[in-house]
Ligand binder design. Structure first.
Ligand code: SAH
Length: 253
């Protein structure tokens, strides 16, 4: 038995944003495990078994992957973007920590991918050019109070904020509440960008300000980027805008 488990980031959507290393790991796998829509992004290969599951079963999915790897299969666990950013890699290590002692002997590797914040940043200009952080707005796995405390701390400290999971049908009000909180800390003219389905045919980018930002613009395929007080918006000839955060940060006045 020489089972292996490789946790693969598929990139933000478009096949051209998937790394050659990820392609090689997918090609070598006997089994694919992941959320159905992510599995659907991987071309079918003869003989490769595809285990598509629901989005909410991450820990069961991780345990299943470990069990079949232990039985000798070469298992690719797939996530969108980077598999370590709000995704399956943590679930696999959590399952190892609390699971069968024999799982610690498995060959486990992680293949990085282009995370949504990097794909979004590339469309906007260079908003992540200085210190930034990523916050998931989902309160499925953490209290809402933790989300608001971190948002306030990050905004007060001058970080650009990449917001993942800004909205879904089950979480309709959180982004509006986050904007309301940020408006008490940051100037109204702070740049805000909505980047939806980046690198897919449905890609849509909107650049606005914190004062004007409409939470209804976001859905579950949107990355919301909130500038820092240093982030600059450059008007473009076609009416659009670039965002960039200068490389130099001055001491506060
Ligand atoms: N592991 C993923 C993130 C999973 S959390 C990564 O590294 O990108 C899911 C959230 O990621 C979505 O709610 C959305 O905020 C963001 N996201 C994923 N794909 C995206 C895309 N193509 N365009 C914009 N945002 C995306």
């Amino acid at each position: 038995m020489s089972g292996r488990i490789v946790i693969v980031g598929l990139g933000p959507g478009g096949a051209e944003t998937r790394t050659p290393q990820a392609e090689a790991a997918l090609a070598a796998a006997t089994d694919l495990i992941g959320y159905g829509p992510y599995i659907d992004r991987v071309p079918e290969r003869p003989g490769q078994v595809r285990h598509a599951s629901d989005n909410r079963e991450e820990i069961d999915r991780a345990r299943h992957a470990l069990a079949i790897a232990e039985a000798g299969r070469v298992v690719a666990v797939v996530s969108s973007g980077d598999a370590g950013v709000f995704a399956m890699a943590s679930a696999v290590f959590e399952a190892i920590e609390h699971g069968e002692p024999s799982w610690r002997g498995l060959d486990v590797s992680v293949v990085p991918g282009i995370s949504a914040m990097f794909a979004a940043a590339s469309r906007l200009g260079a908003p992540l050019g200085h210190d930034f952080c990523a916050i998931s707005l989902s309160d499925n796995l953490k209290p809402w109070e933790t989300v608001t405390r971190r948002l306030a701390a990050a905004a007060s400290a001058g970080f650009v904020i990449a917001l993942y999971n800004p909205a879904s049908r089950a979480r309709p009000w959180q982004l509006g509440a986050a904007f309301d909180l940020l408006r008490t800390i940051l100037p109204g003219e702070t740049p805000v960008a909505f980047a939806t389905a980046v690198t897919t045919p449905a890609e849509r980018i909107t650049v606005t300000t914190l004062a004007a930002a409409d939470p209804a613009r976001a859905d579950m395929r949107t990355l919301v980027m909130i500038g820092s007080p240093a982030t600059r918006m450059i008007g473009r000839a076609d009416g659009g805008a670039w965002l960039y955060t200068p490389r130099r940060a001055d001491a506060p006045a």
